[in-house]
Design a protein around this ligand. Structure first.
Ligand code: ZN
Length: 195
């Protein structure tokens, strides 16, 4: 390769990938970053008939693998530029990743809130402290298309709230500027699980 081509390659490669993607080697999907319009959109429901198709099942697996490669405990479909109401969580070391499809969350305010330090795979290098509800009720479909009604608590409920926000175009950085009842920014913090 001629030097001029090498120079152009080195100049344009970071600019081509820097603003849009957050690439993890070996990950099947690329994670989009803050500033990408898909991250601000209200995602579309997944048609129930689509859930068990091989194509959608592969997407679930690819999203879970991407989350694992990126070191996350959760990831939402919009974070890979797919505006659908689906996310993956893996809040426990002992359980495999779970697909949560078309979730509807009810925040249980009577159980109170707690402060949560969170990172976001779409906001590289930054973490935020937000208030989350300690308990939620969540209705959703699993990857088999089976309806689930769950009362979630603890870290599992926190990861679900973070990912559910992504389906509604909300990111943890938004709590700087918006007043929302789902959580409020308190301060930036140093280390946090990635979601
Ligand atoms: Zn996130």
């Amino acid at each position: 390769m001629k030097p001029i081509i090498v120079v152009l390659f080195l100049v344009f490669l970071p600019s081509a990938f820097g603003h849009v993607q957050n690439y993890f080697p070996g990950a099947p999907l690329e994670i989009i970053k803050i500033g990408h319009p898909t991250l601000t959109m209200i995602a579309e429901e997944v048609p129930h008939a689509e859930i068990q198709t091989p194509k959608f099942q592969k997407f679930i697996d690819d999203l879970a693998k991407t989350m694992k490669k990126a070191g996350g405990v959760g990831i939402a479909a919009p974070q890979v530029n797919r505006s659908q109401r689906m996310f993956i969580i893996k809040p426990s070391f002992f359980k495999g990743p779970e697909a949560i499809i078309n979730p509807v969350v009810e925040y249980l305010s009577e159980a109170g809130k707690k402060s949560s330090s969170e990172g976001c795979l779409s906001i590289p290098g930054k973490t935020f402290k937000v208030d989350r509800y300690k308990e939620i009720k969540i209705n959703y479909y699993d990857r088999k298309g089976e309806f689930k009604a769950e009362h979630a608590k603890g870290f599992r409920a926190i990861v679900m709230q973070h990912e559910y926000d992504h389906l509604n175009g909300i990111m943890i950085s938004d709590f700087f500027t918006k007043s929302l009842n789902t959580s409020d920014l308190i301060q930036e913090v140093a280390i946090a699980p990635l979601m």
